[in-house]
Design a protein around this ligand. Sequence first.
Ligand SMILES: CC(C)(COP(=O)(O)OP(=O)(O)OC[C@H]1O[C@@H](n2cnc3c(N)ncnc32)[C@H](O)[C@@H]1OP(=O)(O)O)[C@@H](O)C(=O)NCCC(=O)NCCS
Length: 254
Amino acid sequence: MGLTRELRYYLKSQSSSLPRYILEQAIMTLLGGLPSLVGIGLRGIAYKAILRAEGVPLIEHNVRLLSPGNIRLGKNVYLDSQVYLNALPGGITIGTGTSLMHGTVFHVFNYRDLPHAGITVGQNCFFGEYTCIRGQGGVKIGDGVYTGTQVNIAAVNHVFADPNRFIREQGITADGITIEDDVWLGSNATVVDGVTIGRGSIIGAGAVVTKDIPPYSIAVGVPAKVVGDRRDPEAVKRFSGALVFYGELEELRK
Ligand SMILES: CC(C)(COP(=O)(O)OP(=O)(O)OC[C@H]1O[C@@H](n2cnc3c(N)ncnc32)[C@H](O)[C@@H]1OP(=O)(O)O)[C@@H](O)C(=O)NCCC(=O)NCCS
């Protein structure tokens, strides 16, 4: 690949055009590293020139945004430091009141013009530290979805049908992942491509979800198996009489 072609490829993976790339990089270089409330305030105003946001987004220092023109944020979205959003064609939409904690990565990863690529997240979701979503086949997440730390949601598989060729040369399949409202994924859970997790389900820590999970299931293990139903009083009996905590901060964010 010649230098010009390589540069063109690089720019295409960073922004929608050269003028936009220059504007985005200038604003992010000036303000991206500024800590404290001052930085959050200035970015909240200035970043509205490079991404689409309702209200004033709360963006901590050292957040990395690629193709920010394809990022849509609802009101009161919170992006903690070291969050990385790469919104190649297909884009990233994050609903009102949703928080992405330190090191969370949303990467559309659409280098191959996939028709359904993109990541859409509903309102009042919470993504624990270092959670990673790959959106080649399209990832749709409903409202009130919570993840523990280091959860992986990967809407892509490599083709490996020909053992005589490198896997990297055989292309990918990407069917998409849907996670319905009110799902909680425990830490280190992985969701593979093609799966739907039904409303209200619990996925245990470390589970690998390879098949659809019916609504209100409690599913654990590798591969994840349904071991209970939240609507069954027996399955939730340990909460009767348990000490349960709510936070003042949660009330403030409502
Ligand atoms: C899935 C979970 C919620 C289940 O809690 P629970 O309803 O109290 O379930 P129990 O502890 O009674 O366990 C029920 C059975 O599932 C098994 N189990 C529970 N969690 C499991 C897990 N993550 N992986 C594999 N098996 C698991 C238990 O060993 C038990 O098996 P048994 O009946 O053969 O003894 C919980 O174990 C879990 O994984 N929580 C996630 C914690 C987390 O990641 N927190 C991060 C902060 S968001």
